[in-house]
Design a protein around this ligand. Structure first.
Ligand SMILES: *[C@@H]1O[C@H](CO)[C@@H](O)[C@H](O)[C@H]1NC(C)=O
Ligand SMILES: *[C@@H]1O[C@H](CO)[C@@H](O)[C@H](O)[C@H]1NC(C)=O
Ligand SMILES: *[C@@H]1O[C@H](CO)[C@@H](O)[C@H](O)[C@H]1NC(C)=O
Ligand SMILES: *[C@@H]1O[C@H](CO)[C@@H](O)[C@H](O)[C@H]1NC(C)=O
Ligand SMILES: *[C@@H]1O[C@H](CO)[C@@H](O)[C@H](O)[C@H]1NC(C)=O
Ligand SMILES: *[C@@H]1O[C@H](CO)[C@@H](O)[C@H](O)[C@H]1NC(C)=O
Ligand SMILES: *[C@@H]1O[C@H](CO)[C@@H](O)[C@H](O)[C@H]1NC(C)=O
Length: 697
């Protein structure tokens, strides 16, 4: 705390000195590793129990930005994490640790943490039952690495703060997203649809952060697209398209630095992506190749036959293309960003009990939100990752069989059924409290402000039209309170608390997956619009609204069924780290793949946070020393772990390198690192090294 005060004093002196005329703000950026267990843990997003981690494609990172006014008096933190979403329990724990470290400087009101919505991060970190069902409950390791990493990224942003400026720019990015529930979108009023050229937002928003010398500090980017390029068969941890876009931009501005180790931080954050897919080829029947039934996204009545595909040859290639598209557009917008933001730093936050909000649309029409419930079509999944059994999208009538199953869990009350209408309730999560709550009841609502630029911290996934409505309501309110005609609001999705989806009233009637997952009922969006309008008024008038009902951390109540690592063993005559299959030659052309297989332990024994399970190393021809050029965090590498015998505790890892075309020619080797656990539970480190090989033209 005292060092913070000292720091602020130094900043104030600096800012009021001669150099500082052109610095409107004080800015810092930080990054830290938050990768969960690369084995055994379920991946978060598709709710597919068989999708358990088996290695790493790209590591998950937390990217934090501290933005303060030029006097260092008011500040906020915006964090984007490569994860399925941000959870309320994680937020509460991060805030509590920040309070310990910084006193009152950072708290719930001025810290926003947003998930990129990658569907290939590790699961088990959320505090509500529904979200942890397929991960066999809570996974302490995932929770802890996320909390610690988020805090670390904020600390490093805090410590790097320097006077600087922020430039805003925005532009259209095509060929990178499509609407996956067009029949719901088309139920919105025709006049409203006619105002927009596309049925998804193509707008990319960029904030460019530079110091007083114009040196690059970082970028925050918002573009609405799901993190579902990697599909529900993937087993490698990945930040998906946004994680890769971040990696590309950070590589550009941090030449020579390994992923997660450079100063420049580029966050590709999530936005109103509720109904937005990166699988731009769209959905088709995998048996016949024909289009699926539009209303239900089925083929011959079956959901699992209707799947959307991305622009690439396979899911890695699609991740590359959608990631690269965002990166290239971001670079273009960043390089010419010229609208300098000026004006006060502000923030406003309120907890809201979303289960019982009366919603006034206008003088003659009102409604009420409900306790949480999931509808039938929730179980159908989406064309990005279909569900199972006989569930389909667009269902507004339940059936006797599934109602029987549902009632065995919890029969919904008549009030809940009436309130959630026309959603047929599959899971009455708002009335299920065993062993603890199944869905959130209290959510965070929050706005962060840089002059006339507002970041709307949305506790869930807004659909395209939902995002447009709330942005419009907020900018109108800002302008009514004195903001310029340039006033801009962006939706920062999946922030602070995850409360599933939010669709418009009209989309809700259609009950596609997103409508079925709008847990607080058909008036949810309008409740948020009213709430964010109110927050805007408070923010613009520099008022602090009441704190609202305070949510509980349920972390101490969590139950976990994921067994620990029992032990690791090697087959007789082998040792940990031993090469089982060496690289397949002595020379490899750029653009080809080189790989080697090693005897291994379970990577859960040590997450190697901030380090790596594998490296690609280059031999300096004059000094004859090895330098690490890639880690397991790089997109060009894959660290693949496989259990070869559960009974005997045997496992193997593959170090895989898809040699990039810009790789310098020379001599290289692959190495792996890990830990094994013996029967006595003692953990020992091992490493393994492949033979050397040459990379040629
Ligand atoms: C959060 O911090 C701000 C600024 O220091 C302070 O005004 C506010 O009362 C704090 N709120 C809570 C809930 O701790
Ligand atoms: C699809 O839904 C729309 C709107 O509910 C309806 O008019 C149409 O008949 C449906 N089409 C089919 C093929 O079921
Ligand atoms: C996932 O992508 C792979 C290609 O990378 C493809 O072979 C597979 O069919 C896809 N599976 C699903 C369920 O989309
Ligand atoms: C809006 O921003 C542009 C670009 O910075 C600027 O030229 C213009 O004056 C601004 N308009 C208003 C009303 O502030
Ligand atoms: C939320 O509101 C409902 C309805 O007013 C109330 O019954 C419930 O106790 C509230 N929940 C919390 C956690 O405050
Ligand atoms: C009130 O809002 C409802 C729902 O948007 C709309 O159908 C109705 O026409 C509105 N009435 C007035 C008087 O604006
Ligand atoms: C919004 O503010 C108005 C008046 O300022 C108040 O009557 C209303 O209750 C507030 N609504 C919410 C949702 O806080």
């Amino acid at each position: 705390m005292s060092s913070t005060l000292f720091f602020i004093l130094v900043m104030v002196c600096f800012v009021s000195g001669s150099l500082s005329q052109d610095a409107n703000y004080i800015l810092g950026a930080g990054i830290a590793d938050i990768t969960g267990p690369a084995a055994d843990a379920n991946l978060m997003g598709y709710a597919n129990p068989s999708q358990t981690a088996g290695g790493i494609s790209i590591r998950q990172f937390s990217r934090a930005f501290v933005i303060a006014d030029s006097k260092g008096e008011k500040r906020f933190v915006f964090v984007s994490i490569d994860a399925g979403m941000q959870d309320q329990g994680v937020t509460l724990e991060v805030i509590s640790r920040l309070k310990t470290a910084y006193g009152g400087l950072y708290n719930e009101t001025n810290v926003a943490i947003s998930g990129t919505h990658s569907h290939s991060g590790t699961a088990g970190f959320l505090q509500f039952v529904l979200f942890d069902v397929t991960s066999l409950g809570f996974i302490k390791e995932t929770f802890e690495v996320m909390v610690a990493g988020i805090v670390k990224s904020i600390e490093s942003a805090h410590e790097s703060m320097v006077p600087g400026n922020i430039y805003h720019n925005e532009g259209i990015l095509l060929d990178s997203n499509i609407n996956r529930s067009p029949t719901a979108y088309e139920n919105n009023p025709k006049e409203e649809q006619a105002r927009y050229k596309y049925n998804v937002d193509k707008l990319m928003t960029v904030l460019k952060l530079v110091d007083t010398n114009g040196a690059d500090i970082g970028m925050i980017n918002w573009f609405a697209v799901h993190g579902t390029c990697m599909n529900n068969t993937n087993k490698l941890i990945s930040g998906d398209n946004k994680g890769y876009a971040s990696q590309l931009m950070e590589k550009h501005f941090n030449p020579g630095a390994l992923p997660g180790k450079g100063k420049f931080v580029a966050a590709f954050a999530s936005s109103n992506l509720g109904d937005v897919s990166p699988n731009t080829k769209g959905a088709r029947c995998i048996d016949t190749g024909l289009p699926c039934d539009r209303n239900s996204s089925t083929c011959g009545g079956k959901t699992e036959m209707c799947i959307a595909f991305g622009p690439g040859e396979d899911m890695f290639d699609s991740t590359r293309i959608i990631g690269e598209n965002q990166y290239k557009k971001a670079m273009e917008l960043y390089s010419v960003a010229s609208r300098m933001l000026t004006g006060p730093i502000g923030f406003v936050h309120q907890y809201v009990n979303m289960t019982d909000v009366t919603v006034h649309y206008n003088s003659s029409f009102k409604g009420k939100t409900c306790k949480p419930s999931m509808g039938y079509s929730f179980a159908a999944g989406t064309t990005d990752g279909p569900g199972a059994f006989d569930f389909t999208q667009g269902v507004t009538e339940g059936n006797l069989f599934w109602n029987l199953v549902r009632n065995a869990l919890k029969k919904p009350s008549p009030e809940l059924i009436a309130c959630q209408h026309p959603k047929p309730i599959l899971l009455a999560t708002g009335e299920m409290n065993f062993p603890y709550e199944w869905s959130p009841h209290i959510v965070d609502t929050q706005i962060l402000r840089i002059g006339d630029f507002a970041i709307l911290a949305i506790p869930g996934e807004f659909t395209t039209m939902s995002g447009r409505r709330v942005r419009e309501a907020v900018t109108k309110e800002m302008i009514a309170n004195g903001a310029s005609a340039n006033a801009t609001a962006v939706v920062a999705g999946l922030t602070n608390t995850y409360s599933d989806y939010i669709v418009t009233y009209e989309e809700y009637q259609v009950q596609r997956y997103e409508g079925a997952s709008t847990i607080f009922g058909q008036h949810t969006l309008q409740a948020y619009i009213n709430q964010f309008r109110n927050l805007t008024t408070n923010m613009m008038q520099d008022k602090t609204p009441p704190r609202g009902p305070i949510p509980k951390s349920l972390i101490d109540d969590q139950v976990s069924f994921l067994p620990p690592v029992f032990f690791d063993e090697t087959p007789i005559g082998k040792s940990f780290g031993e090469v089982l299959t060496d690289v397949s030659g002595t020379t490899f052309k750029k653009g080809s793949v080189v790989q080697a297989v090693f005897q291994a332990g379970n990577p859960r024994n040590n997450l190697r946070t901030g380090e790596s399970f594998m490296t690609v190393e280059y031999l300096d021809p004059t000094k004859q020393t090895w330098t690490v050029v890639h880690t397991d965090a790089d997109f060009c590498t894959r660290f693949i772990w496989t259990r070869t015998s559960t009974l005997l505790g045997h496992s193997e890892v593959t170090a895989y390198w898809d040699i990039p075309l810009d790789t310098p020619m020379g001599t290289y080797r692959l190495r792996v690192f890990g830990e094994s656990k013996d029967i006595a539970q003692k953990i020992s480190s091992y490493e393994g090294t492949s033979s050397q090989f040459k990379v040629t033209q």
